[in-house]
Write a protein that binds this ligand. Structure first.
Ligand SMILES: Cc1cc2nc3c(=O)[nH]c(=O)nc-3n(C[C@H](O)[C@H](O)[C@H](O)COP(=O)(O)O)c2cc1C
Length: 202
């Protein structure tokens, strides 16, 4: 079985979502020791933003640009890695109420009609069936579902919708939030998230 592990935080060793995504992967490896892990650090090695040239290449146009061609190869590898994965673990901090831009750029490369979803007479259909997904969510404030700040959550809500659109409805979110309140609140939130991870079943 294959596990695809993505990180996207720009905070390096201080990152909460990196710590949690690594713990989720370690837990999955403990449960399924034969897992093969592919890792992508999207902050350290980001894809280019989607451009007109990317779309032209997708339509079969030959692109005479080495940088772009390298990036096209990378985007194809993203797609292959996702299609091959049985489990996907996404380290996803909230930045400005949404996800980091390299993670969005990754999504722009893997959300491809005919590959990961298709349009049918009955509406769109996700093609990524039978995959498990985990989101390691970290955020400075809190966004309780029924509270006034819930409308600002374009991070978990976006990823949940996007993954479901692609067919990945088996999703577990591990969340550490309120991290900016202070060191004690942060330690407590991370400890709670670690407990949630330790309790994950196969
Ligand atoms: C550029 C930037 C933007 C942020 N924007 C928000 C935000 O809109 N809402 C929020 O609750 N926290 C925000 N935060 C706080 C982060 O969500 C928090 O630091 C979290 O730990 C980030 O995850 P990471 O440590 O894995 O990078 C922001 C932090 C950074 C660095």
């Amino acid at each position: 079985m294959q596990l695809l592990h993505l990180d996207s935080s720009v905070l390096g060793a201080a990152s909460a979502s990196r710590r949690l995504s690594a713990e989720i992967v370690a837990r999955q490896l403990a449960l399924l020791p034969d897992l093969a892990v592919t890792y992508r650090d999207l902050a350290a090695d980001p894809p280019l933003h989607l451009s007109a040239a990317h779309m032209a290449a997708r339509m079969g146009e030959v692109i005479e640009d080495a940088t772009l061609n390298e990036d096209l190869v990378k985007g194809n590898a993203y797609l292959d890695e996702l299609l091959a994965a049985d489990i996907v673990v996404i380290g996803a901090p909230m930045y400005n109420f949404s996800i980091p831009t390299p993670l969005k750029a990754w999504i722009d490369r893997i959300a491809v009609a005919g590959k990961t979803f298709s349009y049918t007479a009955a509406g769109p259909e996700g093609l990524l069936k039978n995959k498990k997904a985990f989101i390691a969510s970290a955020r400075g404030s809190s966004y309780p579902a029924n509270g006034p700040s819930a409308a600002f959550d374009h991070q978990e809500s976006y990823l949940t919708g996007l993954l479901a659109f692609l067919g990945m409805t088996d999703l577990t979110i591990v969340r550490a939030e309120g991290l900016a309140i202070g060191p004690e609140a942060k330690d407590a939130a991370l400890a709670r998230a670690s407990e949630d991870i330790a309790a994950l079943a196969a």
